[in-house]
Design a protein around this ligand. Structure first.
Ligand code: PLP
Length: 382
């Protein structure tokens, strides 16, 4: 046994051995199993609380009859629909198993051990894991004091070794965004051989914000924009995301991509979701209303929430222990939120915005736990 594992050990590069496995939001079934609860509100993974579009369900159900066939590897129907929507050529579009799937292709195509990737602290952990899994050196700068990507610090830290810059806009887990002016500033400082990944997983929620830069409108040759059907389109469970970029970039990504990702059901589900504009509008409308109520609730309780243009709100508890206490006590009431230790923000928690009734559930649970919580932890000084 030990001989085999010794051999195996030598197969695994140090940068893989030192990785931490991604921690997802706690699944509903797990909480049911652990605590026998029946009423559960999962506010931990920034999913669409209204569920998928009925059009998407219809298309996916019909697609089941064809799953003995391989998927269309060129995804003609879906790429045509995305190209029409954003006035692009199909050659500018790549699809993957979620936008994380496309991050994986980028890592495989463009990154070698030792390459330097520049990004921020306190951003999407999935990206850190993918970058480290191919041996990249991650260089990170802190967020600004109002929890936003710091474009000046990023610009200052670009060196001849920088290969890729990763921007998450809006940022998960803070919900904050860089403005058009800041995006322009950054792009003015990025040499053209450096690839900029702009992760717009929460684009649909932020799009109407006045000075939010839709990176697709700029058409820089060295920018790749990543979006997903997992969030506003409500299809996290089938894994499909898309990217836009210069055809040379997309062409090279296509060479390393597994040919049949995403599968038939995912392609058709995404197509159905894309056509269902009313469902998207209802999703955004629900999010706006829940955002205001939740922000007000947290502010009323002196939590000083971070302003967000996405479908979640983060706020400071003041310590890792206070965050854990809040998380655990909410679980007792059937509410799942997210601790942010993995994002190196252990003194914060994040709550995703659910339906009206899920948020009522959350507010009631908070009202119940707050008297004891306040006695133990009070509020952070700043
Ligand atoms: C900023 C960001 N990017 C990407 C993803 C992954 O999305 P997908 O489901 O498309 O892989 C997430 C998921 O939480 C996210 O928050």
């Amino acid at each position: 046994m030990s001989e085999i594992s010794d051999h195996f050990h030598s197969l695994v590069p140090e940068y893989v051995r030192s990785l931490q496995v991604y921690q997802a939001g706690k699944p509903i079934e797990e909480l049911t199993r652990e605590r026998g609860l029946t009423k559960i509100s999962k506010l931990a993974s920034n999913e669409n609380p209204l569920g998928p579009s009925p059009f998407a369900i219809q298309k996916m159900t019909n697609a089941l009859w064809d799953v003995h066939r391989y998927p269309d590897m060129n995804a003609y129907a879906l790429k045509s629909a995305i190209a029409k929507l954003y006035k692009l050529k199909k050659e500018n579009i790549i699809l993957g198993n979620g936008s994380e799937g496309i991050m994986g292709y980028i890592a495989r195509a463009f990154v070698q051990p030792g390459h330097e990737i520049l990004t921020s602290q306190n951003t999407f952990i999935g990206f850190y894991i993918i970058a480290r899994s191919v041996g990249a050196q991650l260089k990170t700068v802190p967020l600004t004091s109002d929890y936003r990507f710091d474009v000046e610090a990023l610009a200052k830290n670009i060196t001849s070794k920088t290969k890729i810059i990763y921007i998450c806009n809006p940022n998960n887990p803070t919900g904050s965004y860089i403005t058009k002016k800041e995006f322009d500033y950054l792009m003015d400082h990025v040499p053209s051989h450096v690839l900029v990944i702009v992760d717009e997983a929460y684009f649909e929620f932020a799009a109407a914000t006045e000075n939010y830069p839709n990176s697709m409108d700029y058409r820089y040759d060295n920018v790749i924009t990543l979006r997903t059907f997992s969030k506003a389109y409500g299809l996290s469970g089938i894994r499909i995301g898309y990217g836009f970029g210069h055809e040379d970039l997309i062409g090279n990504l296509t060479k390393v991509k597994l040919p049949f990702e995403p599968g038939t059901i995912a392609q058709l589900g995404a197509l159905g979701a894309l056509f269902d504009k009313p469902h998207l509008r209802r999703t955004i409308g629900n999010n706006q209303r829940r955002y205001q109520e939740t922000f007000d609730f947290l502010a009323k309780h002196d939590f000083n929430p971070i302003k967000s243009v996405a479908n979640f709100i983060a706020f400071k508890t003041g310590s890792e222990e206070a965050s854990r206490y809040m998380f655990d006590k909410l679980l007792d009431h059937g509410v799942i939120i997210r601790q942010l230790k993995a994002n190196e923000m252990p003194e914060f928690v994040r709550v995703s915005l659910g339906t009206k009734s899920e948020m009522r559930h959350y507010f009631q649970a908070m009202e119940e736990i707050l008297p004891e919580y306040n006695k133990r932890y009070g509020r952070p000084k700043s």
